[in-house]
Ligand binder design. Structure first.
Ligand SMILES: [Zn+2]
Length: 117
């Protein structure tokens, strides 16, 4: 754990507060339908492609997400952020993007095992 993570954990009690430098990506495996999520650390996991001006710089990252359960097919995600770390583009192979709400709904459906909401 890095220094700032320890500080943040001490301040927040290790929960709650969304970290603006953490981007969560939610996907569904196209093979087995398992909902998956991955954490992208915008401080450490991006590669910069510098433009002529600061505003032209983009950051890219590639994530391979592998399900824990039914299959081990990789879902590959490529994300491009602008210089302010706003998402510009996203591509996926081996799966489909979910929103956080869709992801939570999928998880809920799996955990409820037949119970109605
Ligand atoms: Zn799968």
């Amino acid at each position: 754990m890095g220094f700032w993570e320890r500080v943040l954990k001490a301040v927040t009690g290790g929960k709650g507060v969304a970290d603006p430098m953490i981007y969560w990506v939610y996907v569904r495996c196209e093979k087995c339908g398992e909902p998956l999520k991955a954490r992208v650390d915008l401080r450490n996991e991006l590669s910069a492609e510098f433009g002529e001006r600061r505003e032209d710089t983009v950051y890219t990252t590639r994530k391979v997400i592998i399900g824990s359960g039914r299959c081990h097919a990789p879902v590959e995600v490529r994300l491009t952020f602008d210089w302010r770390r706003n998402l510009l583009r996203r591509e996926i192979s081996g799966g489909a993007f979910l929103t956080e709400a869709e992801y939570q709904a999928e998880i809920g459906r799996q955990n409820s095992s037949g119970e109605s909401l």
